[in-house]
Write a protein that binds this ligand. Structure first.
Ligand code: KIV
Length: 299
């Protein structure tokens, strides 16, 4: 059941309790205020301001060029429009690799300027000291192991990880190291379903899966994938809950047709002059809050 009436954000403690109570955690990406408001009021538990924005917002081939400033900008937009969901903001490539000190400074910016309730970073054993340093600075950390998109070159593209017994053991050890370092939760991406189920059973912190089967404590999807915004993109791990790409194309097609035929704007979309004195639209009093003329009356 969704809990839409909450007015306070979900805390990491409440989200961890959901694992103990066998209640699945729902997480979706959001990159702007409009989507954040929609998803938050739909009852999603966690909003992830993912560095996937490098691909779905900026149109790049991977996430590697995303900067801390960009994550701060999108984090602030999402957190401003969110009331009840927990907001996690991704630490981008190279913002936490150089030293724990630099990682803490960047994580601090995502919280203080970007409104994050926790930050997410990729990697296992090799990131344990960094996770510990950020947690020691009182910033909750979400881990991310398996297919880690920031390892695009090292992993040879977006490839499923942990397929052999040996490789699976390495993913398990990475997940245990992330938990041991103090992460409150961990994303398991692109690993075989039985491995994800085993990791979820061994870990006391919640696991959130993407391309990791049904045995995780929660699931995450990129919102544009869930909505079918890109009609060409249909990977195995995504289920489309709408055909929004087609819908947008249809709506915009109708708009173009109606502008060209002259049927938009209609009389109901147009302003009338004052009865006695002609008043130009631009001179009409503005009540604020909008980005166009404030007079919404049909008269
Ligand atoms: O950046 C992102 O959107 C992510 C999710 C796919 C887990 O890391």
């Amino acid at each position: 059941m969704t809990e839409n009436k909450r007015s306070k954000p979900m805390t990491v403690l409440e989200l961890q309790k959901m694992k103990l109570e066998s209640r699945k955690i729902t997480m979706l990406t959001a990159y702007d205020a409009t989507f954040a408001r929609l998803l938050d009021s739909s009852g999603v538990d966690v909003l992830l301001v993912g560095d996937s924005l490098g691909m779905v917002v900026q149109g790049k081939a991977n996430t590697l060029s995303v900067t801390v400033d960009q994550m701060v900008y999108h984090g602030a937009a999402v957190s401003a429009a969110t009331q009840r969901a927990h907001v996690t903001v991704d630490m981008p490539f190279m913002s936490y690799h150089i030293s724990p000190e630099e990682a803490v400074r960047n994580a601090g910016r995502l919280v203080a300027e970007g409104g994050a309730h926790s930050v997410k970073l990729e990697g296992g054993k090799e990131r344990a000291a960094t996770i510990r340093a950020i947690v020691d600075a009182q910033i909750p950390v979400m881990g991310h192991v398996g297919l880690t998109p920031q390892s695009f070159h090292a992993q040879g593209g977006f490839r499923v990880q942990g397929r052999t017994e040996e490789a699976g053991q390495r993913v398990l050890e990475d997940a245990l190291a992330v938990q041991e370092a103090g992460a409150w939760c961990i994303v398991l991406e692109g690993i075989p379903a039985p491995l994800a189920a085993e990791i979820s059973a061994q870990l006391s912190i919640p696991t959130i899966g993407i391309g990791a089967g049904n045995g995780c404590d929660g699931q995450v999807l990129v919102i544009y994938d869930l909505l079918g915004m890109d009609e060409e993109f249909q990977p195995k791990f995504v289920r489309r809950y709408a055909e929004a790409g087609r819908l947008v194309r249809k709506a915009v097609g109708n708009y173009i047709e109606e502008v060209r035929s002259g049927s938009f704007p209609g009389e109901e979309n147009s302003f009338k002059a004052a009865a006695k004195k002609r008043q130009h639209v631009a001179e009409a009093p503005q009540s604020g809050g909008g980005y166009g003329p404030s007079d919404t009356s049909a008269a």
